[in-house]
Structures are given as structure tokens and as C-alpha cells.
Design a protein around this ligand. Structure first.
Ligand code: FES
Ligand code: FE
Length: 421
């Protein structure tokens, strides 16, 4: 049986076979073993604050509705009419008591129950007595600190067990405001002509920061973000279950709560207040970690939360081996002042937005990799060994990517009937 991942702990070499980025057969196995069985992020509770709020979501290839029903419960409904299959909801977001299908006008309330159909007299009285004609609901929908995930495998382990050590990092983000966090509307959606796993790697890859994003770092240094050799230094960790993280000191301003001279004395006063509140609640050490450190978190398989100069939630899904669709959200503390929200949005768009200094450069790098794989099949292996020789890998090593690949290989090996050692 073909090996796709070589984890040679004796010779400190970690290799990934490049066919995993190009083969249709691999994508099919990923859909079966990964996207049909892992917990996948669907949305944040702040997206549906009121009864009747809904968002259309594409998760694991499915068309879903993420909605807060009239009973106050958050639900994930399949957006497919129980009559003949049409998308029941065509709006990307809104508030509604009822979803009415465009095709034959069957109507469903926001719990998914069938409440109206033209020509009802042509059906027996017992029609839909068992609820079989209601919109189907995703059985497994669970949340951790307001981050909602679905799993299409009804027998999957609980979300909390799945997240495991990644929970600590989600808490460092969720704790940034006592009022809670909120997703800022609307999401950014774009596509990249590259394999989805390249973006999983890239999102926790500090090694590429300086070379790929040099222009951005030049700008940071002109704003009094003191950029020294030690900035971006920190740790890279395998969190288990395929999750990985890098955590490192911020060279840039963080609206929560690391000041830079470009934000002026007013900004400093406000930052000091935010910090003092966090110290009061969590103590000096944890408050310092929340405010002065960045974290790029990868939750297997396709959720990235980067808490850097702003916070982005990013998910991505493969349409083809060499083509993915990406959705990016900005997350922010509720109750932030207008001026700080403005600074946060500037920070977000400048680096993380699809027209910023980072995202287009990253996408260019990923597309170059994809092209390199396609046209050079004789060059078989990617090297992801950096930092294997260290007991504690650093943030610009590649341990957090190895975490992803170890789980990927574990899951895919089971499918292939190969016992992984
Ligand atoms: Fe929806 Fe017919 S497909 S009412
Ligand atoms: Fe980047």
C-alpha cells in the first residue's frame, strides 16, 4: 500500500507525497473519511442573535441553514425541500418565521416544520404525521463557547472531546470581552486554485511570514510596531486530533490590547483600560497572554482561527483537488468603541482581507505550489521537517503542520486498510 506521509522520528524527516494534492481519488476519500466524519465549523452564535435569524451556509459540501428558531434554539437544517429538492431558502441571510419554497410553494417554519402546501386536499390527512416531510435537521450540532460545529456522522465523539487541547486556545479568544464575541457581517468569500490542505498548512505557517509578507512588515515598522529579531518568536505545538497552533509575541498593534505609537495617547488610555479589566478578571499572566501574544489555530480539518492583528475565522472546502472555496469572517469583542472597531477593521482588511497585504500573497504562493506539483510529477515529496530536532518546536518550525498531517494520515490509512505505525 502506498505511503503518503513519512514520519521518520529517527532521522528527523517528515515527508508528504505530492499526489495527495492532485489526485481525484484522494479527494473522494477525504470527503468520505474527513468531511463526512469530522466536526466542521458552521457558525458563531452571534450570527443569529434573534429568533428567526438565519444564514445560508455551505458546510462539508452540503447546503445548510444556520438558524435561531422561534423557540430560541439554534439549529442546522438541510436547505433542500422535502418535496422535490429545491433550495428552500435562496437569501444568504435574513430573519424569517417561514421559508417558502420557490418551486411549488411548500412552506416550512424556522424549526423546519412543514406548515403549508398548496393543494393540501390532494394529500391524505395523515400526510406528514411522522414529520418525515419537515426540513431535515443535522442531528449532531454542538457548540463550544459560541462556536457551533456540525458532524454528519451521528456516532461521532462529542465536540468537546474532539476539540481536546484546542479548547484552551479558543478560550483565550472567547475571553477577550466579558460581553462575548461577535462575528462582523458579511463574510468574505473567494476561491483559490490550490488544494485545500495547502491553506490548512499556510494558515499556521510562520516560516513564510517574513519572505512572503515583507511589504507588510515594512509598513508595520513605520508605525512604531517595534520589529525586532525576536518578534514572531514563540512555540509551535501539536494539540492532538490533528489540531495545531503557533503562539508568538505580536510585533503589531492588537486592539485587544497591545498599543502601538500610531494609535496615539488616546488609544493608549483605552488599551490600558481594556488590559486592566482583563488583569482584574484573569490575573497578570493570562491577561498578558491574551493581549500581547498572537495565536494561529488550526482545528482539523478546515477551521482556522487566527488571533493576530485582528481575528479571522476561516473555513475552506475542496471543489476539485486543485480548487477550493474559502469563507473568511472577522470576529471581534462585543462592546468595543467605535474608534477601536475602526482600528480593528483596518488591521483586518490590511492583512487578512482578500485585498490585503497577506491573503493575495498567500494565495499566490499556494497556486505556485499547486502548479509545481502538477507539472513536475517526478519530484515526489514535500519536506515538512523543520524543527523536528527540537524538543520544543518554535513558531516558525513546522510541528503544527505535522500535527495536521499525522491525523490526515491516520484517518486516511484506516480507510485504505493500512495499519499505521
Ligand atoms: Fe419545494 Fe416543490 S420542490 S415545493
Ligand atoms: Fe501568509
Amino acid at each position: 500500500m502506498k505511503e503518503y506521509v513519512v514520519d521518520d522520528k529517527v532521522n528527523y524527516e517528515f515527508l508528504v507525497h505530492r499526489s495527495v494534492f492532485t489526485e481525484q481519488e484522494i479527494l473522494k476519500m477525504e470527503q468520505d473519511e474527513i468531511f463526512n466524519k469530522c466536526w466542521l465549523f458552521i457558525g458563531h452564535d452571534s450570527e443569529v442573535p434573534n429568533k428567526g435569524d438565519f444564514h445560508r451556509k455551505k458546510v462539508g459540501g452540503r447546503n445548510l441553514l444556520f438558524t435561531r428558531s422561534s423557540d430560541g434554539e439554534i439549529r442546522a437544517l438541510y436547505n433542500s425541500c422535502s418535496h422535490r429538492g429545491a433550495l428552500v431558502c435562496r437569501e444568504s441571510t435574513g430573519n424569517s418565521k417561514v421559508f417558502r419554497c420557490f418551486y411549488h410553494a411548500w412552506s416550512f417554519n424556522n424549526k423546519g416544520e412543514l406548515v403549508g402546501m398548496p393543494g393540501k386536499e390532494a394529500f391524505p390527512e395523515t400526510f406528514n404525521c411522522d414529520g418525515a416531510k419537515n426540513l431535515k435537521e443535522v442531528v449532531r450540532l454542538e457548540n463550544f463557547r459560541g462556536f457551533y460545529f456540525v458532524n454528519f456522522d451521528d456516532n461521532a465523539m462529542s465536540l468537546e472531546d474532539y476539540l481536546g487541547n484546542a479548547k484552551e486556545y479558543l478560550e483565550l479568544i472567547a475571553d477577550q470581552s466579558e460581553l462575548g464575541m461577535e462575528v462582523l457581517q458579511d463574510p468574505q468569500q473567494y476561491s483559490v486554485r490550490a488544494n485545500w490542505k495547502l491553506l490548512a498548512e499556510n494558515s499556521v505557517d510562520s516560516y513564510h511570514g517574513m519572505p512572503t509578507h515583507k511589504t507588510y512588515f515594512d509598513i508595520v515598522s513605520t508605525r512604531g510596531g517595534e520589529l525586532s529579531k525576536d518578534d514572531l518568536k514563540g512555540v509551535g505545538n501539536d494539540l492532538g486530533n490533528g489540531h495545531g497552533v503557533v503562539e508568538y509575541k505580536a510585533p503589531w498593534g492588537r486592539p485587544v490590547a497591545r498599543w502601538i505609537p500610531a494609535w496615539g495617547e488616546d488609544g493608549k488610555k483605552e488599551i490600558d483600560e481594556i488590559k486592566a479589566k482583563l488583569v482584574g478578571k484573569f490575573g497578570e499572566e493570562r491577561a498578558e497572554r491574551i493581549t500581547s501574544f498572537n495565536r494561529n489555530l488550526l482545528i482539523f480539518p478546515n477551521l482556522v482561527i487566527n488571533d493576530i492583528m485582528a481575528i479571522t475565522i476561516r473555513t475552506f472546502y475542496p471543489i476539485e483537488p486543485g480548487y477550493m472555496e474559502v469563507t473568511g469572517y472577522a470576529l471581534a469583542p462585543k462592546g468595543e468603541t467605535e474608534q477601536f472597531r475602526h482600528r480593528r477593521n483596518d488591521n483586518f482588511l490590511e492583512f487578512l482581507g482578500p485585498g490585503g497585504f497577506a491573503t493575495p500573497d498567500d494565495n499566490e504562493a499556494l497556486e505556485l505550489c499547486q502548479e509545481g506539483f502538477l507539472n513536475n510529477k517526478e519530484v515526489e515529496w514535500n519536506d515538512i521537517s523543520k524543527g523536528m530536532i527540537r524538543e520544543q518546536p518554535e513558531s516558525n518550525d513546522e510541528e503544527q503542520m505535522r500535527a495536521f498531517w499525522r491525523q490526515w494520515d491516520h484517518v486516511m490509512s484506516k480507510k485504505a486498510g493500512r495499519v499505521h505505525v
